[in-house]
Design a protein around this ligand. Structure first.
Ligand SMILES: [Mg+2]
Length: 123
């Protein structure tokens, strides 16, 4: 469905959900940023204290995938609500950030490296 669903279509559905409950009054940028962060923490919590093998098993399991799916959706939904409340265009923001990251992480310096951009020149 990612291949056929637009960001705008998801924004429209999230907005309709919000407006049907009259929740725009609560959706200020500060609270939405906090909610987004809290949901990201819930995504992290799914993995908390698990070792590499346990993480792999979780990601491969139906129950684990269901939990990850739910928390990922929560993160994305709050990002959509955040975009709605601030008037940000997510698609152009992502395109712009990818261009910035392409400059910060040139392939010839960052291939096979997890170093941060300001450490790429170092051996
Ligand atoms: Mg959640």
């Amino acid at each position: 469905m990612d291949a056929t669903t637009t960001v705008q279509a998801l924004r429209d559905k999230a907005r309709a959900f919000r407006d049907a409950r009259n929740w725009a009054q609560f959706h200020d940028p500060k609270n939405l940023a906090a909610a987004l962060s809290i949901e990201a923490a819930e995504l992290q919590e799914v993995f908390l204290w698990k070792n590499k093998d346990e993480v792999a098993a979780l990601v491969a399991s139906e129950a684990g995938r269901a939990k990850l799916r739910e928390e990922a959706a929560d993160v994305f939904l709050f990002l959509l609500h955040f975009a709605e409340s601030t008037g940000l265009d997510l698609s152009s923001a992502v395109e712009d950030k990818l261009r910035v990251n392409e400059r910060k992480y040139p392939v010839e310096k960052s291939y096979n490296s997890h170093r941060k951009y300001d450490e790429l020149g170092q051996k």
